[in-house]
Design a protein around this ligand. Structure first.
Ligand code: PEP
Ligand code: MG
Length: 878
């Protein structure tokens, strides 16, 4: 063997060994060390789980022997014997990863029972009913969890026996009834598996351990890991623990409790229990559990002891605890404690309260809130009772959080008209959205698309706007032309029908569910204040409009890291001159169209600068391929041709000429300015004039002009020269003074590879990690969603690289650019404006490689502020 220790008695571990023993095992060991009443046991390590997979899904004999050795240690301590019918030791077998994972295998209780041991147990306890109750539970759990026989099949048998005997609750079944249940369970097992229910307890144990290991890789667990950033190579531990019995009669019971309220954070014991029951009964909801306070009346001594233990545990772990306990014949046993899961609101309250109570300091408090959870607080939510009563009619991707309810419309212009006509809440339903839909998306409370992934146009734009979005909902069938969709139950929804969207779960509801707004104050504001004192990264927002800018400021943004100017050209008064510009045949015609756009652009930028009150604003020159701006339908092309005084056929062929096979790698970004320098001139003029104008009013704006999609320093220099020449001329003619900066995006691998050259021209870099990820992997950011699921299933990817930065590959390019850029230009300003700027683990990476700021959608600003602060605290701790 490799000299490693794969099995630990609870007495050999402690809370610091969480990585090896899993959360449950480490805390059981810690509680044992604290002298609390914990049943004896041992933990098979997470490394044994990884080894199980490495060894081709088998437990090697050495580890098996070690498990049996620890089992016999246990036997000696508790003076009982595994498989001995005179004095049997029964155990529970439970999974326990480093962090708790609800999607995984749960628990097997009463393991060690067989046809003879059950008889012995009955004699020993003088309680035949209890013995057979335990046996039927064990057969069901083992069959379900280990052998994967559906639970309902067992439940049906139990229900039948209850009915035959006129019993409403399990507790009303007597020993003979339960014997009958056991008999039928075993028959079912034989029918399903073609063999007898295993009678050898050692085989039962080893099969159970293997089942726990297997559960690490079940589809639910894989999905859960991806959603929660849990690496696949962590593995799960297995805890084997002496059984204590909550089903021994009316002086026994079992329950769960939190030291504080997990919904609100209120400091008050919160939980429930059931008398004469085992663990699963509490959650199964067959009998209604009693509130923990009622235990005070039923068993005051046990209650008082539990309150004391809860206090010790919270003080010890310095966090709200979620505990499981069992009472066996009026004696309390602790089966588990862990830091309790809680809502965002509770997380904030608990963190702030623990500081006030002197239990932790500000920096420790920052680590107690999951930045991603803050999303829950930044968007409207459904009214909880109404939500509970509603049933989803389809599910798509949770693309942009929040809740929305409103009337459906199938075209962007229809939503705009509806709002103009006084409809308050509209929801835009499209197969997929395109930049043309931007106005309609703006006025909508929610967006639902039938196609596209988490970085599809709809998802990115909706997140930017803070609008709830469910994307890629293939469960509904959309007919845009005839303006209806059909949900998964076959119900048809036409224009004006109400639906509701939950952008945090991806659920679609076929009805109206009221929503409630949230604000950033109280504990939230306090914790964010602490984060701001600690973090080194600045946090900016990606914002294109004064409204976005206002939201960004409200959430604490310290500048705009990306203004995508293309979004300014879709409004009706702009799209026309824009189209004229695109199809212009001569420079003169193009300039004429651009002249119409100039005043509008200038006022856009004045609006942005004004909202941003002197904070830095990075404005990117036009980036998308031009075909996105031209009409597609013949009818619209005809209208445009008439406006422009040219033939329909001529315009149509000009538009067809714009078609590209690979538009994302086509005529876009700085390539547009290389072909049409007049466009860069107009945008520069608008930016500089706007800055001069607002500075006259006492502001101190230093605009940052950003040139997109650069891969070669000479193309950057070409465009930069146009920008500088135009800007200097405008400044000179105005007689004012103005500082401005010119920089670029690093979003093409070649730019990263030659960042030292690029930095000779660029005063700042902003990492466009959306394109950089797309181009580094060679995955289309719009289509990758179609096959990434298979990558997760086949364990090639653990997470979506468009959401969570691939630190190994794309991150290497970022790091390299940082180093090369700083070598050429030590004071170069470095930031990120891809979607990753609002994802906590990516923000931590940005801190580590030494960026100056991250920029994210306005609604993610608080998330990034907290993540940036956590990065500092974690770094200090390490
Ligand atoms: C990027 O590519 O990361 C970026 C921010 O630009 P866009 O998403 O507009 O292409
Ligand atoms: Mg880009």
């Amino acid at each position: 063997m490799d000299g490693r220790k794969y099995v630990y008695m609870f007495t050999e571990g402690n809370a610091g060994m969480r990585n090896l023993l899993g959360g449950k095992g480490a805390n059981l060991a810690e509680m044992t060390g604290l002298g609390l009443p914990v049943p004896r046991g041992f933990t098979v390590t997470t490394e044994a789980c990884t080894k199980y997979y490495d060894d081709g899904k088998q437990i090697v004999p050495e580890i098996e022997e070690d498990i049996y050795l620890k089992l016999s240690n246990m036997e000696n301590i508790v003076q009982k014997k595994f498989g001995d019918s005179n004095n049997p030791l029964l155990v529970s077998v439970r999974s326990g990863a480093r962090v708790s994972m609800p999607g995984m295998m749960d628990t097997i209780l009463n393991l060690g029972l067989n046809d003879t041991v059950v008889e012995g147990l009955a004699k020993l306890t003088n309680n035949e009913r209890f013995a057979y109750d335990s046996y039927r539970r064990f057969i069901q759990m083992f069959s379900d969890v280990v052998m994967e026989i559906e639970k309902v099949k067992f439940e049906k048998i139990l229900d039948a026996v209850k009915e035959e005997n006129g019993a409403q609750y399990d507790t009303e079944l007597n020993a003979d009834n339960l014997k009958e249940v056991v008999k039928r369970y075993k028959e079912l097992y034989k029918k399903e598996k073609g063999e007898e229910f295993p009678q050898d307890p050692r085989i039962q144990l080893m099969e159970a351990v293997k089942a726990v290991f297997r559960s690490w890789d079940n589809p639910r667990a894989i999905v859960y890991r991806r959603l929660n950033d849990i690496p696949g190579n962590w593995g799960t531990a297995v805890n084997v623990q002496e059984m204590v019995y909550g089903n021994m009669g009316n002086d026994s019971g079992t329950g769960v409790a939190f030291t504080r309220n997990p919904s609100t954070g209120e400091r008050k014991l919160y939980g429930e229990f059931l008398m004469n029951a085992q663990g699963e009964d509490v959650v199964a909801g067959i009998r209604t559990p009693q509130s923990i306070e009622q235990l005070k009346d039923i068993m005051p001594d046990v209650y008082n002891e539990f309150v004391k233990v809860a206090g010790i545990l919270e003080n010890h772990f310095k966090d709200m605890q979620d505990m499981e306990f069992t009472i066996e014949k009026a004696k309390l046993f602790m089966l588990q404690t862990r830091n309790g899961k809680r809502t965002a609101q509770a997380a904030l309250k608990v963190a702030v309260d623990l500081v006030a109570e002197g239990m932790i300091n500000n920096e420790e408090a920052l680590l107690k809130v999951d930045p991603k959870q803050l999303d829950q607080l930044l968007h409207p939510n459904f009214e909880p009772i109404a939500l509970k009563a509603a049933k989803p009619v389809a599910k798509g991707l949770p693309a942009s959080p929040g809740a929305a309810t409103g009337k459906v419309y199938f075209y962007a212009e229809d939503t705009v008209n509806a709002v103009k006509n006084g409809v308050k809440d509209v929801i835009l339903v499209r197969l997929e959205t395109s930049p043309e839909d931007i106005e309609g998306m703006h006025v909508s409370k929610g967006i639902l698309t039938g196609r596209g992934g988490m970085t599809s146009h709809a998802a990115v734009v909706a997140r930017g706007m803070g609008t709830c979005c469910v994307a890629g909902c293939s469960e509904i069938k959309i007919n845009e032309e005839e303006k209806y969709f059909i949900d998964k139950n076959g119900r048809k929804y036409v224009e004006g029908d109400y639906i509701s969207l939950d952008g945090s779960t991806g659920n679609v509801y076929g009805e109206r569910i009221p929503t409630v707004e949230t604000t950033m104050s109280g504990d939230f504001a306090k914790l964010m204040g602490w984060a701001d004192q600690v973090r080194k990264l600045k946090v900016r927002a990606n914002a294109d409009t004064p409204t976005d800018a206002r939201t960004a400021i409200k959430f604490g943004a310290e500048g705009i890291g990306l203004c995508r100017t293309e979004h300014m050209f879709f409004e009706p008064d702009r799209i026309e001159p824009m189209r004229e510009m695109i199809v212009a045949k001569t420079v003169e015609q193009r300039r004429k169209a651009l002249d119409k756009l100039l005043p509008m652009q200038r006022s856009d930028f004045e609006g942005l600068f004004t909202e941003m009150k002197g904070y830095p604003v990075t404005i990117r020159l036009l980036d998308p391929p031009l075909h996105e701006f031209v009409p597609k339908e013949d009818e619209d092309i005809k209208a445009l041709a008439a406006d422009m005084g040219i033939e329909f056929s001529e315009l149509k062929s000009m538009i067809e000429d714009l078609h590209e096979f690979n538009p994302m790698m086509g005529h876009r970004g700085c390539r547009l300015a290389v072909t049409y320098p007049e466009m860069a001139e107009m945008q520069t003029r608008a930016i500089i004039e706007a800055a001069i104008n607002v500075n006259k009013g006492g502001m101190h704006v230093i605009p940052e002009i950003m040139i997109p999609l650069v891969g070669e320093v000479k193309e950057l220099k070409f465009v930069k020269d146009i920008v500088v020449k135009t800007a200097d001329e405008v400044i000179k003619n105005s007689g004012a003074e103005l500082k401005y900066m010119v920089g670029t995006m690093i979003e093409i691998p070649r730019a990263a590879l030659t960042a030292d050259d690029i930095a000779t021209e660029a005063e700042f870099f902003s990492f466009g990690t959306n394109d950089l990820t797309q181009m580094t992997y060679g995955f289309s950011r719009d289509d990758a969603g179609k096959f990434l699921d298979e990558y997760y299933n086949k364990k090639i990817f653990e997470s979506d690289p468009f959401a969570k930065l691939d630190q190994t590959g794309v991150g290497k390019l970022v790091k390299m650019s940082v180093e090369l850029g700083r070598k050429t230009r030590p004071d170069i300003k470095l930031g990120i404006c891809g979607e990753h700027g609002g994802e906590p683990s990516s923000v931590e990476f940005c801190h580590t490689v030494g960026l100056n700021y991250v920029s994210c959608s306005p609604f993610r600003v608080p998330i990034s502020r907290l993540a940036a602060a956590q990065a500092v605290v974690k770094e200090k701790k390490a």
